[in-house]
Design a protein around this ligand. Structure first.
Ligand SMILES: Cc1cc2nc3c(=O)[nH]c(=O)nc-3n(C[C@H](O)[C@H](O)[C@H](O)COP(=O)(O)OP(=O)(O)OC[C@H]3O[C@@H](n4cnc5c(N)ncnc54)[C@H](O)[C@@H]3O)c2cc1C
Length: 344
């Protein structure tokens, strides 16, 4: 197997798929390679898919907040160029433990330029009639939406292929370089030549960058995606009720994103059961819903929380894109990475 390509993208999750498509849109010859999910779901496959500025507040991290606002604008551009996006639900309702907490959240978002509104209990009841108890005050974010991250990655990849990209399956073992320049990758003992390589394979980028002598400041952090067998029509929007994140699934059931339990894997079943009980109470379900799946995804994170997007180390032609939250940021970083690759 000997392929010649100008740019080789490693990783077909939402980030690599976005990079590959943006590169082909800019006229580059692209090969994308992914190892396939096997037993370990990619972060994209286990993702909740909430696209929102309200993932953080300005006081949490001013730069991250500004970046997310910018990233949301990129979704508008994407819709115009890529076509209809795989959106499952639009609009998000959030509230805290107390009315004061919610009021402070709304005030902070309004001051920072987020398009959010205050909703009274009656307005919340209208939006979500199944709620057992409604808060006196909630934050309504009409521009938030949830999409299916795997479908989005598929849309990017299909559109990249339509632009001429080649898509391969295989595990990349190392980056090859000579004289300070990238000249390819090794995939299961075989060489694929390339003069530019983009590592968009999440935490896997650590080992591949190291194979070219570059240390990347990245880690992975687990999070849990719970799928429940409950009537998906019980929830009409995205809900962030205190700490519980909930939305309807694509075709059936409900989905909830959870922090990984402190006890580790041993605590997963209990966490899932407790969440099912909380959801049954929240939505006045006739019985506690059955668990369809508990998926643990490893979120790729950078040490300084800023996205890694562009050339890395001193090896010419080597780039990386690793960032959190990746679904929100994928369109923006796909575009920025493309500019960096083409400028080099
Ligand atoms: C439970 C949960 C909820 C989340 N909720 C949200 C949310 O609401 N909003 C949001 O924006 N983000 C969310 N995230 C984070 C988001 O899902 C990730 O940031 C994003 O999916 C990362 O995409 P990625 O393409 O960088 O990585 P991945 O999706 O992990 O893709 C990396 C790809 O690289 C491939 N690969 C790895 N190593 C190699 C190799 N050596 N050779 C070939 N291929 C390789 C893998 O097969 C994989 O397909 C959530 C994550 C989790 C787990």
């Amino acid at each position: 197997m000997t392929h010649k390509c100008k740019v080789l993208v490693v990783g077909g999750g939402v980030m690599g798929a976005s990079v590959a498509w943006h590169l082909t849109q800019a006229g580059a010859a692209v090969t994308l390679i992914d190892q396939g999910s096997g037993n370990v779901p990619s972060a994209t496959a286990a993702s909740f898919g909430w696209v929102r500025a309200s993932a953080s507040t300005p006081s949490d991290d001013t730069n991250a907040f500004a970046l997310r606002l910018h990233a949301l604008e990129e979704y508008t551009r994407l819709k115009q160029t890529l076509g209809a996006l795989p959106v499952t639900v639009r609009g998000a309702l959030s509230w805290g433990e107390t009315t004061d907490e919610t009021a402070a959240l709304i005030a902070e978002h309004l001051a920072a330029g987020s398009r959010v509104e205050s909703l009274s209990a009656a307005q919340v009841r209208q939006k979500e009639p199944s709620l057992a108890a409604v808060p006196d005050l909630a934050m309504w974010a009409p521009d938030d939406f949830a999409l299916e991250p795997v479908d989005l990655a598929r849309c990017f990849i299909q559109a990249a292929q339509a632009n001429g990209a080649t898509v391969l399956s295989g595990t990349v073992q190392r980056v090859l370089s000579a004289g300070g320049r990238v000249n390819g990758i090794e995939v299961q003992g075989q060489v694929i030549e390339a003069n530019k390589v983009v590592l968009a394979n999440a935490y896997g980028a650590l080992a591949l960058a190291a194979s070219a002598g570059v240390a990347l400041p990245i880690q992975q952090q687990p999070a849990v995606l719970l799928r429940l067998d409950a009537d998906r029509n019980r929830v009409r929007h995205l809900l962030c009720a205190q700490d519980l994140e909930l939305r309807p699934g694509k075709e059936r059931g409900l989905m909830s994103a959870l922090d990984y339990p402190l006890e580790g894997e041993a605590g997963l079943q209990r966490l899932a059961e407790q969440t099912c009980q909380s959801i049954a109470q929240l939505l006045q379900l006739p019985s506690v819903p059955r668990i369809l799946s508990i998926e643990v995804g490893q979120r790729p994170m950078t040490s300084n929380k800023q996205p890694l997007c562009g050339p890395i180390g001193t090896v010419e032609g080597l780039f990386a894109v690793v960032a959190h939250p990746g679904v929100i940021l994928a369109p923006l970083l796909g575009s920025l990475c493309t500019q960096a690759v083409l400028a080099a």
